[in-house]
Write a protein that binds this ligand. Structure first.
Ligand code: ADP
Ligand code: MG
Length: 626
């Protein structure tokens, strides 16, 4: 762009300098060229030359011309003759003046030798002629000298101009160089400019994007500001509410703490009262439960009192052997803490025991037995079936314990539960929670710790935290029991099974602890065998069962009568349950009876056994009343 003007100026400069050179050089040449043609001018006589040609005559030539003039002033015949002859040879203007005088001489016609006058006049003419020529030549010479000096002046001037122009050229060249540098710089700047331009376009694009972004963000910001102000006012409101709520919470906390104390005091009072009630009811209680007939309905020989649920009558009609006397009717009346008829549901039965389960959580040992002949409903009462409705005492008790423990947890109580399940067969202990190889079954012994606690060596004590775990253990125990029995030997009916749940409660906040054991025992069948029928293992079994059951009766009676000596050690069962039977322990015995008429004898035996226990207890209670 801007380079073009520079180029043109360059060209202009070059051009002007060359033109100047042309102007100057030819001037010199012309001076040299013109010098020669002037040479013959001196020889041309009488010729009228143009003024310009005369001015170009060289400086040295006029000297010859002057010489000629000198010759002319004192001409010799030979010289004149030669000059005229050469002029005549060239056919010059010299002939004409001669011809003009021809009237006298007849041109080339020689004058007669005598015509001296003519000859003189001719000579005079010639002299005049030469004189005029000399005059003319002198004039020409002057003109030429003028022109030479003029030219010299001009030349000096031209040289000066040349010098000036050269220095100007030098100047221009320097400027040109500077301009070239500037041009390079300019080019660089231009490329930089291009790059910057691109960058600028790029940045402009970005700027536009940023602008739109900024606009959108500004609107967003505006929205957010509005929201913020709304939120701020909400926050202020909420904070005010919060302060109120905090105040409320503080006062509520105080109330809660107060109420907790009250609850704790209430809980302690409840325990005390609950225990008082249980003690008033008797620490040893006997419940009777009549199993329904297989076909349903009530057996005739068992009569239940409709007025209360405490009496049961076993009626027997003995036919007269002779037929003369009337049939004799004999009624055996028994009363217990509670009698459950064949229609009593598992739920009803459990409601009575649940109070004792609560006692277990309150820190009292609780023991519950099921006594009765095989098939009378002991296992049904204790374990029941799987279904909710028909579940027995053990699963219900476990459920209640975990529920109640959860509630007590709200008051700061923390409980740990440990379950064990043991079978006593022929006065030997068997771990029903054992899961190892049957060949490696360990032997067990009952030991008493320093703190008078009863433990069994090598027994599985399983830590449990929920109901399902316990139910799993019960299932495992049943499995273990069934593998031990054969078709001929219904071992489960000839062994006692003892489920024990050790309960430990801690209320760290109040620094209180409690420890108790809940024992639920499914006893072996209480049926007596005719001695002659029992032999070998059967006899041994019978002796063991009879021994442990009668000892249980004796122990309970001794406890009820508060006798100083209680023969716990006489059987494994009582020895094992020692901790759960004495002191403040609560004992409940179910006497299960079968309704079939052919079980009459066994039923009578069972009721007698149970009432012996019951009578002791009632006797004590009665005595206390008095
Ligand atoms: P035990 O354990 O004393 O030998 P079971 O508990 O095994 O006797 O009872 C024998 C049968 O009688 C079982 O089939 C049982 O389901 C049933 N049974 C026992 N008691 C009841 C009851 N109260 N209601 C319904 N069925 C019962
Ligand atoms: Mg059973």
């Amino acid at each position: 762009m801007s380079r073009l003007p520079v180029m043109s100026s360059k060209r202009v400069l070059a051009c002007s300098s060359s033109e100047n050179a042309q102007d100057l050089a030819p001037a010199q040449k012309r001076l040299r060229k013109d010098a020669d043609p002037v040479k013959p001018a001196a020889t041309v006589i009488g010729t009228k030359r143009p003024a310009l040609a005369a001015t170009r005559a060289p400086i040295s030539r006029p000297l010859r011309a002057a010489g000629a003039a000198t010759v002319a002033a004192a001409p010799s015949r030979g010289v004149i003759k030669q000059s005229v002859a050469s002029a005549a040879a060239k056919g010059g203007n010299m002939k004409q003046p001669v011809a003009s005088t021809g009237t006298k001489t007849g041109g080339t016609q020689k004058r007669n030798p005598w015509d001296l006058k003519g000859k003189v006049s001719d000579m005079e003419d010639k002299v005049r002629n030469y004189q005029t020529k000399v005059k003319t030549l002198n004039q020409e010479n002057e003109v030429l000298q003028d022109s030479v000096s003029q030219s010299q002046r001009k030349m000096v001037q031209v040289e000066k101009e040349l010098q000036m122009q050269r220095s100007q050229i030098g100047e221009y060249e320097r400027k040109l160089q500077v301009l070239a540098g500037v041009q390079d710089e300019l080019e660089k700047v231009l490329s930089d400019k291009n790059v910057l331009q691109k960058e600028l376009t790029n940045l402009e694009g970005k700027y536009k994007v940023m602008e739109t972004l900024r606009d959108s963000q500004e609107t967003e910001l505006q929205t957010l500001k509005m929201k913020l102000s709304v939120q701020e006012s909400t926050l202020a409101r909420v904070q005010a509410n919060l302060r109120d709520s905090e105040e409320e919470v503080r006062s509520l906390k105080e109330t809660v703490a107060q109420q907790k104390d009250e609850i704790y005091a209430g809980e302690m009072e409840r325990r005390r009262l609950h225990n008082t009630i249980q003690e008033l009811k008797g620490n040893i209680r006997v419940f009777c439960r009549v199993r329904p007939l297989v076909g349903g309905g009530l057996p005739k020989h068992i009569q239940l009192a409709t007025s209360d649920n405490k009496a049961i009558t076993l009626a027997k009609t003995e036919e007269s052997h002779t037929g003369k006397t009337a049939d004799t009717h004999k009624n055996y009346n028994f009363s217990f803490d509670r009698v459950f008829g064949p229609r009593a549901s598992q739920q009803e039965v459990f409601e009575e025991i649940s109070l004792l389960v609560q006692s277990a959580l309150d820190g009292y040992n609780v023991c519950c037995f099921a006594y009765g002949q095989t098939g009378s409903g002991k296992t049904y009462t204790m374990e029941g079936d799987e279904f909710d409705e028909t579940r027995g005492v053990i699963p219900r008790a476990v459920q209640q314990i975990f529920k109640a423990a959860g509630k007590l947890g709200e008051q700061g109580w923390e409980f740990t539960f440990t379950a064990s399940f043991v079978e006593i067969y022929n006065e030997t202990l068997r771990d029903l929670l054992y899961t190892g190889k049957s060949s490696k079954r360990p032997e067990h012994e009952i030991r008493k710790t320093a703190s008078n606690e009863v433990t069994i060596t090598n027994l599985t004590y399983e830590r449990v935290t929920n109901e399902d775990q316990v139910l799993g253990l019960i299932a495992l125990a049943n499995q273990n029991r069934s593998t031990a029995q054969t078709a001929q030997n219904d071992r489960s009916s000839r062994s006692h099974s003892v489920f024990q749940l050790d309960i430990e409660g801690v209320n760290a906040g109040r620094d209180v602890k409690c420890k108790s054991t809940l024992c639920l025992v499914d006893l072996a069948g209480s049926e007596r065998m005719v001695k002659s029928q029992s032999q070998g293992d059967r006899f041994k079994e019978m002796t063991a069962i009879n021994g442990s059951l009668s000892n249980l009766g004796i122990v309970i009676a001794a406890l009820a009568n508060k006798e100083s000596y209680v023969p716990y050690r006489n059987s494994k069962l009582t020895y094992l349950l020692q901790g759960c039977l004495g002191g403040n322990s609560k004992t409940l015995m179910f006497v299960n009876i079968a309704p079939e008429p052919d079980s009459f004898g066994e039923t009578l035996n069972s009721l007698r056994f149970a009432s012996k226990v019951n009578d002791c207890v009632i006797g004590t209670a009665t005595a206390n009343k008095k």
